[in-house]
Design a protein around this ligand. Structure first.
Ligand code: FCA
Length: 324
């Protein structure tokens, strides 16, 4: 009898006990879950969840509809906030509204959300890369190698794989263009190849068209917003017989896409990448949202991270330095 009473008491107490023990949930929503960069961000966000003791809910949001459903889903799961890299930065107002409606804290990562007029949404804290500066590093890396190879600046075609609807993508690629122009590359040598999406296949298609239209250049340098964009250009060039002795590309990222190229036995035209930090972007944003929701600690409005040029030669050393 006594045992029964104890059991009944325990059962009564259970819902409360469960509630108290239920871990805090933080969402991490990314536009391209299959991309190695986002896989890395998720991995480091998981690390933060483990260290701080919250549960991470990872959802891929390839389009606006899936994004809205994911936010509703987080609310239904009683999450307290989320980090987001949206499939289109112009969805900013919708994200903000949904978050407010559900009383969820929201912070953007990589791609800063904008309003209808294209202005960043001030009340959504953001962590991104310093796109223009990193783009300049890409341009300078290419210039150093152009010089090392003894190429003449006016004979080199410059392929900018462009995704100008995304401000950080434009900043990155224009940083590279400006560095090349400042060193004396003629404006007429700069060829834009607009890609429809930010993956390798779209970059490949865009680069192919650009190479066909500009067959007069026998030597090329190429870049885009990420490693996938640079890689698409490299593969398109290879398809036309332009190999690493006549072409070089520098990406931005430094995740598996770049590492796969570096570990190929024969060097490809994927010369290097500016390594950025998925550790900072994943770990710090997830932690910031957690601390904001549970301790009221407001994250800084904007945090911009830096990068470092990495090539086949120094990749192991540089990655180690960056804690990867
Ligand atoms: C954007 C790009 C990604 C990655 C990230 C830091 O979201 O699409 O590939 O470069 O910024």
């Amino acid at each position: 009898m006594q045992r029964r009473a104890a059991l009944a008491l325990a059962l009564l107490a259970t819902p409360f006990a469960l509630q108290a023990a239920e871990p805090v949930k933080i969402g991490f929503l990314v536009k391209q879950a299959e991309e190695p960069w986002f896989q890395d961000e998720w991995r480091f966000a998981e690390q933060a969840a483990k260290d701080k003791g919250f549960t991470l809910v990872k959802i891929g949001i390839p389009n606006g509809e899936k994004m809205m459903a994911a936010i509703d889903n987080l609310a239904a799961q009683k999450a307290v906030g989320f980090v987001i890299c949206a499939p289109d930065v112009k969805l900013g107002v919708a994200v903000n509204r949904a978050a407010k409606r559900h009383k969820l804290k929201v912070m953007s990562v990589d791609d800063q959300l904008v309003d209808g007029a294209g202005k960043p949404i001030a009340d959504i804290p953001h962590m991104g890369i310093s796109g223009y500066e990193i783009g300049k590093q890409v341009g300078q890396g290419l210039l150093a190698e152009i010089k090392a190879r003894g190429w003449k600046l006016d004979e080199v075609g410059v392929l900018r794989v462009a995704f100008d609807q995304l401000p950080t993508a434009r900043d990155r690629t224009m940083g590279a263009v400006d560095a090349l122009k400042a060193a004396g590359v003629p404006v007429a040598n700069i060829v834009d190849a607009p890609q429809a999406k930010t993956d390798t296949e779209s970059a490949f298609n865009a680069a192919n068209i650009a190479f066909t239209k500009n067959a007069k250049f026998k030597r090329w340098v190429a870049f885009g917003l990420n490693d996938e964009a640079a890689l698409g250009a490299v593969r398109a060039a290879e398809g036309r017989g332009i190999k690493q002795d006549a072409m070089m590309a520098i990406g931005i990222g430094g995740s598996q896409t770049a590492l796969n190229e570096f570990t190929k036995p024969t060097p490809t035209a994927f010369y290097g990448t500016v390594l950025i930090s998925p550790k900072r972007h994943g770990y710090e944003t997830a932690t910031a949202v957690y601390e904001w929701a549970t301790q009221g600690k407001q994250p800084p409005a904007v945090t911009l991270t830096s990068g470092i040029l990495m090539t086949r030669q120094n990749q192991a050393e540089i990655r180690k330095q960056m804690g990867l």
